[in-house]
Design a protein around this ligand. Structure first.
Ligand SMILES: [Zn+2]
Length: 151
């Protein structure tokens, strides 16, 4: 999915769950957004890789696009580490953002390798990246977000 679709998915996830998570709302929003953008750090040309500078260069050089960073294992691992060393609600916020990204990508024909590196099986959908279907999705997400914010 495109960068803005991921941002909107993250925003929508935030609007749905922020009332249920204790902690600073801005930190939660930030963590959800980081989670929903971060997975594409494995792609050299992505916004995530560009925004993370040298780290993005290193990661995108070594990691295969839609490999380990698009597997469910990675967010589980990071969430576990964050929960153990930092805060459970904040770890959950990151996890939810990451999950929103993975769900978005699982709607595309390229899909995501849910159990990578143990299996290469991919969860896929019919939404071609950048196609009219994605724009319809983008419009729907915008409407949902506006509805959540305004009412
Ligand atoms: Zn992705």
């Amino acid at each position: 999915m495109l960068f803005h679709t991921h941002v909107l998915l993250g925003l929508l996830a935030f609007l749905f769950i922020h009332n249920y998570l204790p902690g600073n709302e801005y930190v939660i929003l930030l963590l959800i957004l980081v989670g929903s953008i971060l997975p594409d750090i494995d792609e050299h040309k992505s916004k995530a890789a560009q925004l993370s500078g040298i780290l993005g260069n290193i990661v995108s050089f070594f990691a295969k696009h839609r490999g380990i960073f698009h597997s469910f294992l990675f967010p589980f691992l990071v969430c576990g580490i964050l929960a153990y060393f930092w805060s459970y609600p904040y770890a959950l916020a990151f996890f939810i953002g990451y999950l929103a990204h993975l769900i978005g990508d699982s709607l595309t024909p390229m899909g995501i390798p849910v159990f990578y590196p143990f299996s290469n099986w991919k969860l896929r959908g019919p939404f071609k990246v950048g196609s009219w279907m994605e724009w319809v999705l983008l419009a729907l997400l915008t409407i949902l977000i506006l509805k959540e914010v305004l009412y």
